[in-house]
Design a protein around this ligand. Sequence first.
Ligand SMILES: C[S@@+](CC[C@H](N)C(=O)[O-])C[C@H]1O[C@@H](n2cnc3c(N)ncnc32)[C@H](O)[C@@H]1O
Length: 270
Amino acid sequence: MGDEEIPVHDLRTDRPTPARMYDYYLGGKDNFAVDRNAAEQVLSAAPEVRVLARENRAFLGRVVRFLAEEAGIRQFIDVGTGLPTQGNVHEVAQAVTPDARVVYVDNDPIVRAHAKALLPDNGTTAVVEADMRDPGPILDHPATRRLIRFDEPVAVLFMSVLHFITDEEDPYGLVSAFRDVSVPGSYLALSHITPPEQGADGAASAADVYKQRATSPAVLRSPKEIEALFDGYDLVEPGLVNLPKWRPDDPEAVKDADSVWMLCAAGRKR
Ligand SMILES: C[S@@+](CC[C@H](N)C(=O)[O-])C[C@H]1O[C@@H](n2cnc3c(N)ncnc32)[C@H](O)[C@@H]1O
């Protein structure tokens, strides 16, 4: 995949998309005026969103390294991949295990359009353009079947993505579809926005920009609601915490972690 020409109208240049707004927060160049405009509206309500995005990428790097190095995971499904940036999942995993396999899944066609930049040319990775609200076609996709062996432990990642799923769209059901095809010893890792104790109005206004303007709304969930996504998994230390607190490389450097209103955790399937 990734070699086809993508017609420009498929890229939804008329409305901001979460992938391109996130790219803008991270300082990327793969976004349009419509995305920058909405992202600036988010940042004026909650300037710390840039920090959230950076801390989220840092967590992704630490948790994938943990999964490859300490948990011995050799295959990953990264749901809601986003645009290529530094420290993509296969780069982190393959630095530990050179033949680690990664299936990237995203419903924004711009991610597939950039697949060439994302994928190494060695058959260990693939990009599947699909909507996670319908897990069946992702699990049955030829690329998934080629790269993932469901009789071996697999790590499924939902990094900063399940908050784009409303309660009516059943985030718990879609996570359990991946859990149910995973063997014991598999992992689930995710990050998710949560209402902050301080600055709750800014966070709510930022979420409102997505609801009013973007192709997906953004839903803030409580710690209890986020932890419930791990049904069937045992959380590894330190449990569900604000992003900077999850196994930091330098615990001394962690400051103001509670102001980073995105929680994260990793769990091992029982
Ligand atoms: C905030 S970005 C996170 C990117 C990356 N996971 C990270 O943590 O750096 C969210 C991504 O989820 C994707 N996404 C949102 N809703 C989706 C859905 N229903 N199915 C698949 N991908 C989705 C967006 O297109 C976007 O690329």
